[in-house]
Design a protein around this ligand. Structure first.
Ligand SMILES: [Zn+2]
Ligand SMILES: [Zn+2]
Length: 914
């Protein structure tokens, strides 16, 4: 392949070109969007910049360029169905973008796009087209400005500008908010790429139906803020947001007609072909499975690298489904053993240079993929067979759609994801009721307590906070950065109340009992972030007005704005009153111990279990810490002890914490651990522990103790699993740990007192007691049997011969089944021919044992029939050998009557031998 146009080279060309134009390269954010609970996966380059456009976040640069990892496999943008069927759809893709935050605008964006395409990449100028916006409703101005800049580009054919309406050329983030016209670059690839030449009346064209014209690049010009469907206001600062799919531009520059023929994906197809041993013709005949496997292996590798392992809900479910779907397509081309790791390894080889997280997590990726394939193979066959049955049945009934409940059962019982059920149904020209599936899933998750609520704040509330922040800034009461936030150096600050919010409204004052949100010019209250919970405390009058507010929570609803949420306990706080805000210091110190201990625990987990044990979630509260991490199996007692001991060793080491603010790149270069799902700015807070070489190095905005000795002691309370591949440890430190030690010691002391033993002798004393108890039990059993034997001898006097054979019927008090059986044996030894029926009541239930001698069995008598006859009126049943059988029942009151009927049964059976 032409080295000039490898996929990696093209990606780098793009970034280098824009760095030359003064852009900052911003690494791709995680596939798991940080701080956005409404979005399952990062699905566009703009996700990590969304808050900048909304004006709630600021960056130290105004020009940025990136290559963003994206997924479109769930929600509104779901391309899963098309993946494998065509050459252009993927579940994972890379989006190249350049960005202006209130910096350059249309002229530069268009000029640079033209230069990169025609000068760096040498695309033929005469084959390039541009589209611009023209409102079909005539409500918004046409973008003649952009059209004008296109026509000025050297070599651009001025007749190649086309205008399109809202659907194609107007971009909106949501119903309201930032929006603006866009301008797309299209390439005419020539008549040979038209795939509709046979369609009568077809004419090739920009935004047409065939594949000849290809949209390469979309330049979005954000210049309006939409207030309502009919109301636009110009934005004070205009932005540029562009997006170019890497796979597509690579396919163009490598001059191939499929993304799967580029060096970004073809090597994976190659691996699959080697595994199947197919000829090229066989590969072409099975191209759909090939494409699906290549695409899904890539997605799975990137997902797992970002910490999303296979599981049952949300993101983890998608990871599971992707792997299972690839495995099933593999089995369609004869790959019946786990094979996907070999394809994923190729993904790591191709992409690892640019995305080092793949290399770093290689073993985790390969392990997880293989384990998931194995898990699937164990059940898939049964599931697919079951599904075939279901489909055959509905076909017979003339139904085209498999009910959702049945599809859900397949998932719940056999782990067959809906997407695979749908694949199989469609192969038979049937479909699945997806709404029904989701309903069944919902019901199930509610029933199993797994339902989850998303913390979505309504646009309205956000608007109210934004208005208040703007007002305070305009009045000069807050500086442009917003509320000054420093939870690190003090536990108390003083300032005038800037706003009191009650019921969503800003008010002049509040009274005792009111629930309020208080805004101050600065705060030392920590706002929940990175797993550490918010501070609580008090806000009190600073100049003798005597009011008090209890703060139960602290939140940052929008960037730069912090509210203290709580209840007025006393008096009447009023706007502009001087106030002292005081963090609950003891609670905060407990939190700090737990946070620093969390870092020590993270380090120790990696030291004991290996580098794959990465943080997957964390809660730092005053009373405990909770830490989730990726690890495939339960920890042994030995490992837990080792981890607990290691953390305590580092506590006793009393290492000072080094906290520094530094550029993100430098911190990562120095080996800091960045956590997935967290959003980092350009400058990060870097926390290292250990002397002289740090053993713990994390990016963290939390509050910490000064040196590890402050933690006191660390105790693990529990270890368990939260979902497949994720383990959870709960632990306590400091006061919490001391309390537990105290409780445990008290329990031990109580036990010692009860045992009249010293603490150290408790285990020996308990062993002694258990041994004594066991001996006593044996003696009791022996005595019972002796008693029963005595009783039996007494009962022999009651042997009745009126039926012609010796018959013993005895109802013995409190005798167990074993003893009754022994007595039946004794009877048999005494009487060579005869019948014994022995009964007792144990735990309020009747038991009956019947023994019949061999000679009578030869006559056709059966002990099993006899016990059934007796047990029937007692509401029970039983059975056994012809010579010995046992039965039980429920009703003890009828036992005597039932036993009285035995001689009659015996007589009738002796008179009518079989
Ligand atoms: Zn065409
Ligand atoms: Zn931390």
């Amino acid at each position: 392949m032409d080295q000039k146009f490898t996929g990696a080279r093209i990606r780098q060309d793009f970034i280098d070109y824009f760095i030359k134009q003064g852009h900052t390269f911003v690494p791709s954010s995680s596939l798991v969007p940080g701080g956005d609970a409404t979005l399952l996966f990062t699905n566009a380059g703009m996700v990590q910049f969304k808050d900048v456009f909304l004006g709630t976040d600021k960056r130290p640069y105004t020009r940025a360029a990136n290559s963003q990892k994206c997924m479109r496999v769930a929600g509104k943008h779901n391309d899963l169905d098309d993946v494998g069927r065509d050459d252009t759809h993927h579940t994972f893709f890379e989006m190249l973008g350049n960005w202006s935050f209130g910096d350059y605008y249309k002229k530069e964006a268009i000029t640079w796009a033209w230069q990169l395409l025609t000068e760096v990449w040498d695309l033929p100028k005469e084959h390039l087209y541009a589209t611009c916006f023209e409102d079909e409703k005539r409500q918004i101005e046409s973008d003649d400005e952009a059209a004008g800049y296109w026509r000025q580009q050297p070599g651009f054919d001025p007749t190649h500008v086309y205008f399109f309406g809202r659907k194609d050329n107007f971009w909106e983030m949501a119903e309201i908010g930032p929006c603006g016209p866009c301008s797309e670059v299209h390439l005419d690839r020539g008549p040979k790429y038209c795939n509709m030449q046979d369609v009568p009346g077809h004419v090739c064209g920009v935004n047409g139906a065939c594949q000849r014209f290809l949209e390469l690049w979309n330049l979005v010009f954000i210049q309006y803020n939409r207030l309502s469907p009919l109301q636009l206001e110009p934005l004070p600062a205009k932005h540029v947001d562009t997006g170019m799919g890497l796979e597509r531009i690579v396919s163009v520059l490598q001059d191939v007609d499929s993304n799967y023929k580029t060096d970004l994906l073809f090597p994976m197809l190659d691996i699959v072909q080697r595994l199947t041993g197919h000829s090229d013709a066989e590969r072409a005949a099975n191209i759909t499975p090939y494409r699906v496997i290549a695409d899904h292996a890539r997605t799975a590798a990137f997902l797992i690298a970002d910490g999303v392992v296979p599981g049952n809900i949300r993101r983890n479910y998608i990871c599971r489904m992707i792997i299972r779907r690839a495995a099933r397509f593999g089995s369609k081309i004869g790959l019946d053993e786990p094979f996907l790791a070999q394809v994923a390894d190729e993904v790591i080889r191709i992409y690892g240079n640019f995305y080092p997280e793949l290399v770093k997590n290689r073993s985790t990726i390969l392990d997880n993929v293989t384990r998931e394939e194995q898990r699937f193979q164990r059940t898939v066959e049964a599931g697919v067979t079951k599904l075939e049955g279901m489909l055959a049945r509905i076909k017979r009934q003339g139904i085209q759609i498999l009910p959702g409940g049945q599809a859900f059962d397949l998932y719940a019982t056999y782990g067959l994801p809906l997407e695979i059920t749908r694949d199989i149904a469609r192969e038979q020209h049937l479909d699945v009721d997806e709404a029904g599936f989701n309903e069944a899933k919902e019901e199930h998750s509610i029933a199993s307590g797994g339902g989850e609520a998303l913390g979505i704040m309504e646009t309205e509330r956000v608007g109210a906070y934004t208005d208040l922040l703007n007002t305070l800034q305009t009045q000069g009461k807050l500086d442009p950065e917003g509320v000054y936030y420093d939870p690190y150096n003090r536990l108390e600050v003083e300032g005038a109340i800037l706003a009191i919010i009650r019921g969503g409204q800003s008010v002049e004052s509040a009274i005792t009992g009111d629930q309020v949100e208080i805004v101050l010019p600065e705060t030392c209250f920590y706002v929940e972030s990175g797993g550490q919970v918010s501070d609580t405390g008090m806000i009190v009058s600073a100049n003798g007005h005597g009011w008090e507010i209890r703060v139960d929570d602290t939140r940052k609803p929008i960037a730069g704005f912090i509210v203290h949420i709580g209840e007025v306990m006393l008096g009447q706080p009023t706007r502009a009153d001087m106030a002292i805000a005081r963090v609950d210091a003891q609670r905060r110190r407990d939190i700090m111990r737990n946070h620093t201990a969390t870092h020590l625990l993270h380090h120790e987990l990696q030291a004991v279990l290996g580098a794959h044990a990465r943080q997957a979630g964390s809660l730092v509260a005053p009373d405990r810490l909770r830490f989730d991490f990726t690890h495939p199996e339960a920890l042994s007692i030995d490992q837990l002890e080792q981890i607990e001991a290691g953390v305590n060793r580092n506590i006793l080491g009393d290492y000072q914490l080094h906290i520094a603010n530094k550029p993100l790149k430098q911190a990562i270069f120095e080996g800091a651990t960045a956590l997935f799902g967290e959003k980092y700015g350009e400058t990060v807070r870097n926390i290292t522990i250990g002397d002289p070489e740090p053993f713990s190095n994390e990016l963290c905005g939390g509050t910490h103790v000064e040196s590890t000795g402050d933690i006191g002691i660390f105790l693990i309370l529990s270890e368990g699993s939260t979902s497949a591949g994720i383990r959870r440890i709960e632990a306590v430190t400091g006061r919490g740990a001391y309390e537990i030690v105290q409780i445990r010691t008290r329990l031990l002391k109580n036990a010692a007192e009860l045992l009249s033993a010293k603490l150290i002798d408790i285990p020996a004393r308990i062993e002694e007691l258990l041994a004594e108890q066991s001996t006593s039990r044996k003696q009791i059993a022996l005595l019972k049997r002796e008693l029963a034997a005595t009783e039996f001898v007494r009962q022999l006097g009651n042997v009745d011969t009126s039926t012609g054979v010796p018959l013993l019927i005895a109802n013995l008090p409190d005798t167990d089944a074993d003893t009754l059986r022994e007595m039946a044996d004794m009877f048999r030894q005494r009487f060579a021919s005869g019948v014994s029926v022995l009964a007792s009541v144990q735990e309020n239930r009747p038991i009956i044992i019947a023994g019949i001698s061999d000679d009578l069995v030869r006559l056709g008598l059966h002990a099993g029939e006899l016990v059934k006859f007796i047990a029937a009126p007692l509401g029970g049943g039983g059975g056994g050998k012809p010579t010995l059988a046992q039965a039980g029942g429920k009703d003890t009151t009828k036992l005597d009557v039932a036993l009285k009927a035995v001689p009659g049964w015996l007589k009738s059976h002796l008179n009518n031998p079989k």
